[in-house]
Design a protein around this ligand. Sequence first.
Ligand SMILES: C[S@@+](CC[C@H](N)C(=O)[O-])C[C@H]1O[C@@H](n2cnc3c(N)ncnc32)[C@H](O)[C@@H]1O
Ligand code: SF4
Length: 332
Amino acid sequence: MAVLDLFGRPLRDLRISVTDRCNFRCTYCMPKEVYGRDHRFLDRKELLSFEEITRVARTFVELGTRKLRITGGEPLVRRDVEHLIEQLATLGVELTLTTNASLLAAKAQGLADAGLSRITVSLDALDDATFRRLNDVDFPVARVLEGIDAAAAAGLPVKVNAVVKRGVNDDQIVPMASFFRERGQTLRFIEYMDVGTTNGWRLDDVVPAAEIVATLDAAFGVEPVDAGYRGEVAQRWRYRDGAGEVGVITSVTQPFCGDCTRARLSAEGKLFTCLFAVRGSDLRALLRGGATDGELQDAVRAIWSGRSDRYSELRSAATTGLDKVEMSYIGG
Ligand SMILES: C[S@@+](CC[C@H](N)C(=O)[O-])C[C@H]1O[C@@H](n2cnc3c(N)ncnc32)[C@H](O)[C@@H]1O
Ligand code: SF4
């Protein structure tokens, strides 16, 4: 039976982080100074097993969840992640994955065969030097594009997400839009967000979506498209010449908490009801403590029905000092 939170928002989406590790060190997400040699990542035994993840996901589906997204960290660095996809595919809901695509060329076919519905690739620049600087491990754009091609060849619909940081990659907005519209792949630009505490976020670094749209409009001509469904995070725009769509995700300048239907499960089994939450609820303790399916469902229902988070709408001096969790931990 579907469950609503205190603002009437249904529990429509679950993002599942399968690892807190990543082979990139994107400067806005896992800066090297913090995620260097001394950083303590979760041990393998601390991670939820595939069986545990599937059990949690099944509970969510029973409570009305219609979309599962696998994320991280970098989900493709978790060994045998295809086996998890296979198990989750049996739940019969939309199943997607967000990846930096570094390992995608080799894994795309296996993911498609395992039952993945679609895939989102993060790519913040087409200019190779800019991209290598941003991922901070000298990874080339060409290999990400190979991954995207392999996913498309395996029959997976691909969306591309680009975080825009002022003075770093805002010169990539037009070249990226031009490239992906010619290929018929949807690109979404994401406002740089104040998640976590390690990236040194400043409002001045954010390029507001309105500015991104104005840039796109000047270059190509764009007009708005209506939202496809409640809780859709991207504002959609269509090219006036009919060459497809482009999106912007306005999490900073026009927060969409009122429609937020997403829960997040960390790799160690903590459930967060907001990207900006400070604490999660420990589902792993329930799973490993022998909770029955009914008890697990009651726990999730109680957490969601008591939810009143709307951090982005309240973003203010009062919240900036909070000890927020990191995107790479909670799952972007
Ligand atoms: C945390 S990553 C995890 C999945 C995978 N490693 C990837 O990069 O696609 C998920 C998404 O979060 C985005 N992200 C990370 N830090 C962000 C920030 N501070 N503001 C906006 N988006 C961010 C990334 O660009 C990526 O698209
Ligand atoms: S955005 Fe994704 S690829 Fe980049 S550091 Fe974060 S988790 Fe890794």
